[in-house]
Design a protein around this ligand. Sequence first.
Ligand SMILES: N=CN[C@@H](CCC(=O)O)C(=O)O
Ligand SMILES: [Zn+2]
Length: 407
Amino acid sequence: MVRTLLIDNIGELTTNDETLGSGLGGRLSDAAVLIEGERIAWVGSAAQAPTADERIDAEGRALLPGWVDSHTHMVFAGDRTAEFEARMAGEAYAAGGINVTVNATRAASDAELEANLARLVGEARRDGTTTMETKTGYGLTVADEVRSARVAATQADAVTFLGAHVVPAGVDAAAYLDLVTGEMLDAVAPLVSAVDVFCESGAFDEAQTRRILETATAKGLATRVHGNQLGHGPGTQLAVEHGSLSVDHLGFLTDDDIAALAGSWGEDARGTVATVLPACDLSTRMPLAPARKLIDAGAVVAIASNCNPGTSYTSSMGFCVATAVLQMGLTVQEAVRAATLGGAIALGMHEDGWIDPRGSLQARVGVVSPGALADLQLLNAPSVTHLAYRPGMRLTEAVWKAGTRVA
Ligand SMILES: N=CN[C@@H](CCC(=O)O)C(=O)O
Ligand SMILES: [Zn+2]
């Protein structure tokens, strides 16, 4: 028999399913959620809650979907404290810093990479993250990229190949492009669900990005782009033209870029998610992505942590949500939705039937709705508004991933 758990007496429930509750976020008050095994079985008013094998009294607190962090770089070794210090003293961030982490990652053992990833995933779980994408990109040889993808697949929910992070030091750019679109991609393809490219000066230009995206698509892989991070460039337009799942960073957008992102969503075709990375913008002292303008224009926005040792050494989605509200001008409901359902759409996990890196078929995430995976977080607060009203406080009190309590 599959065990059932009732979370009862929920003061405010954010479902992200507007057929279940009111307003953006589909909110219910005085609610209850029934979990059966890995999935949500029932959502409704506490007064009508069914019985269950086990019951948790939420005592009027807020329950919402676990965070869906759709952009991280968590397979690495070492840190870049000195680079951060120099940046805070006025130096600009440059893509070349990536090579410092590449050297440390290549020198680390598999066990060290796995332990570091486990540490980071543990931190993220305690802060409410239940779904996490992570990228390769600090190996940059065939063997090191395959190893990074293998390590990532042990713990992440989606693994993205980022061989096109930078051209590694001492390697000819044209030869590296051949490798990334040839032997390296072939070796990594069975281990990943998407290919990413850092389209930026100091990394990959328009023609190189186009070639990487086209090759990935020809191999049946989804694509993503790191675009418009350090200055205005072609990344956003390329991602939209190409039908990439998301384009991430977006600190330097024109009105045309914003219109292209908004216009990519049609009646019957999915578009490109605009993923903003507030912690990264702060940590690099770059302009905040125009999340308010993107939402007003009709774009689908996700918020992610971009956890990595160079530009954003935090996995705290609560911090990202608070920043999006306090500094990017989003409402709390918009930010929470972007950090849950928005991330799920960016990963193609908002519908049933996605396949995790261990080969299992999974139900949708990012919503609290019957049939969805039971990925939930309970706040030590009566409402999600406290995430921005009480910035910096650790408000996540309990976390369930696929029905199992993980924090
Ligand atoms: N922009 C490219 N990649 C990472 C930074 C990686 C690094 O500096 O180590 C990012 O998303 O910010
Ligand atoms: Zn990134």
